[in-house]
Design a protein around this ligand. Structure first.
Ligand code: FES
Length: 386
């Protein structure tokens, strides 16, 4: 054994000694062609992570009295990148003097993305969503972020059976997840509880009914009326017990805060591990302040300095957008870190439960303007949008 080691050690020394002359010889004998300007890995990386995309609205139809289904195609490439079902994109457009963007979960499947089709379901609530529901029309152009987010199935973390609970327009990521499962791209089994007040408010019902023939188990739950084939009431633990084994499932929730509060209370007695329940984080909106004050917000973007006004009850990101500043953002929920900006001076308040900053960011004075409200005049350095 000792003898062999010595031989190999000697061989290694010899190879090491010849390393430089061998390399010189290889370089001298190599072709004189210039190096390629594009590498396959970089081309693939750009196709999967294009950053911002230019898109056109090709179809818009109301699927409930308040939810509009919007279909987009890419105009700067011939396909959308493949993504994980459950992810979102951020849509941006100038509206009046503002440059507004909002995140929306994708309702189409990753395979449809490769056919240059991406569908969103938007509820007529708020400034930009209201604009998309009422004023946007086929032919309109937008800027869209690449698909992002952690709200998707993870084989190592999640059980084989997933229970998805949706309320209102929160159905969209689950339409994508159900399609992806039916197309054979995801390994889970899925039961979907979709809550609404009336049957008329159930969006994407035709698609969900078609998917139930391909393995999706869907339970419609109506609170304000009874109808054939639907449950009546709310998505309670007793109702879930009727259809699924709660302890042998991973839960995905997407809907209004009241739905989260109710379902989490129902699940509390089961003492499920933390990883068993995932909530889609909605955008951080205005906070309750009676008689909000107006502060001065100084924004540095590269070598430009802008002085704008910011309301005490609105996030710093909203104030910048209102003034037409192209401040980078994606999730608007404090989680992705994409809006990460340097605080220079002034007081601020971070929305409750939304502080997703790393410890180092807190220590060195970085904030997420999407979840931060001004509490005095304030000054920031924001990164340049792509
Ligand atoms: S936009 Fe994601 S953390 Fe601010």
């Amino acid at each position: 054994m000792k003898f062999k080691k010595q031989i190999f050690g000697f061989m290694d020394m010899l190879r090491f000694k010849k390393l430089v002359p061998n390399r010189r010889e290889a370089l001298a004998n190599g072709p004189a062609d210039p190096l390629p300007t594009e590498y396959r890995t970089n081309v693939l990386a750009h196709r999967l992570h294009p950053g911002r995309m230019e898109v056109e609205l090709v179809d818009a139809v109301m699927v409930t009295p308040t939810i509009r289904k919007l279909t987009f195609r890419r105009t700067d490439a011939d396909a959308f990148p493949f993504f994980r079902a459950g992810q979102y994109v951020s849509l941006q457009s100038p509206v009046g003097d503002s440059l507004v963007s909002r995140p929306y979960s994708i309702a189409s499947s990753p395979r449809e993305a490769l056919e240059n089709k991406l569908v969103l379901g938007v509820e007529d609530a708020g400034f930009f969503s209201g604009y998309l529901c009422r004023d946007a029309k086929p032919g309109d152009r937008f800027v869209m972020s690449e698909p992002s987010g952690e709200f998707h199935y993870e084989t190592l973390r999640d059980k084989k059976h997933i229970v998805c609970i949706a309320g209102g327009s929160g159905i969209t990521p689950f339409v994508s997840m159900a399609k992806s499962m039916a197309e054979g791209d995801e390994p889970y089994e899925m039961t979907l509880f979709y809550g609404a007040r009336t049957a008329q408010q159930l969006a994407f019902r035709d698609e969900l009914d078609a998917l139930s023939a391909k393995g999706l188990k869907v339970v419609y739950v109506l609170s304000d009326e009874t109808c054939d084939g639907c449950e009546h009431g709310f998505v309670s633990a007793a109702l879930m017990e009727k259809y699924v084994d709660i302890r042998e499932s991973s839960f995905f929730l997407c809907g209004p805060q009241a739905m989260y509060d109710f379902v989490l209370k129902e699940l509390a007695p089961y003492d499920l591990p933390r990883k068993a329940v995932r909530k889609d984080a909605g955008s951080c909106g205005n906070r309750e302040v009676s008689d909000p004050r107006t502060f001065r917000l100084t924004v540095h973007v590269r070598d430009k300095v802008c002085e704008i006004s910011a309301q005490e009850n609105e996030t710093l990101l909203t104030a910048m957008e209102r003034a037409g500043i192209d401040a980078p953002n994606k999730c608007r929920a404090g989680g992705c870190g994409y809006c990460h900006s340097k605080w220079v001076r002034g007081e601020y308040v971070v929305a409750d439960g939304r502080d997703g900053r790393r410890e180092a960011d807190r220590k060195f004075g970085f904030i997420h303007p999407c979840v931060t409200y001004p509490a005095s005049d304030i000054e920031l350095i924001v990164p340049v949008g792509e």
